[in-house]
Design a protein around this ligand. Structure first.
Ligand code: ZN
Length: 136
């Protein structure tokens, strides 16, 4: 995966969810379309955070399966680090799997960064924010 594109209104949605969930982490799934080597987010699906600890996230699998049953193309996930940086934590690495699956992380200051897991580590993905929120 070469690049990840997301509309500014979706970025604002994540920031709002992060503020609402604070001090817990917000989380959700990213529906999107593939545009050649790039992926564009089209819709964010907020999901329940079923993790018991405050400083982690766990997406309810029932919500993920529902999206898959509906035939939606889930291209990644997002979550917030309420007091941290927009970078994957060691705990995030425990759940990562190799592939073109975007990990979008919101940091404490509304920063936002995208990563993919290459099998050994998280790699930063170039991210474009623009006014387009929907696929053409
Ligand atoms: Zn994390």
């Amino acid at each position: 995966m070469k690049a990840f594109a997301i509309g500014t209104e979706l970025c604002a949605q994540i920031a709002a969810e992060a503020h609402t969930a604070y001090p817990r982490e917000c989380c959700g799934l990213i529906e999107g379309v593939r545009e050649g080597e790039a992926v564009r987010a089209t819709t964010l699906h907020p999901t329940s955070n079923i993790a018991e600890a405050q400083d982690r996230f766990e997406i309810d699998p029932r919500e993920q399966f529902r999206l898959m049953r509906e035939g939606r193309d889930v291209v990644g996930c997002y979550h917030s680090h309420p007091n941290g940086r927009a970078a994957p934590s060691a705990r995030d690495a425990e759940y990562a799997f190799a592939g073109d699956f975007i990990w979008l992380i919101a940091g404490a200051t509304d920063s936002l960064a995208a990563y993919v897991w290459d099998g050994a580590r998280f790699m930063s993905v170039a991210m474009t924010r623009d006014g387009r929120s929907r696929a053409p």
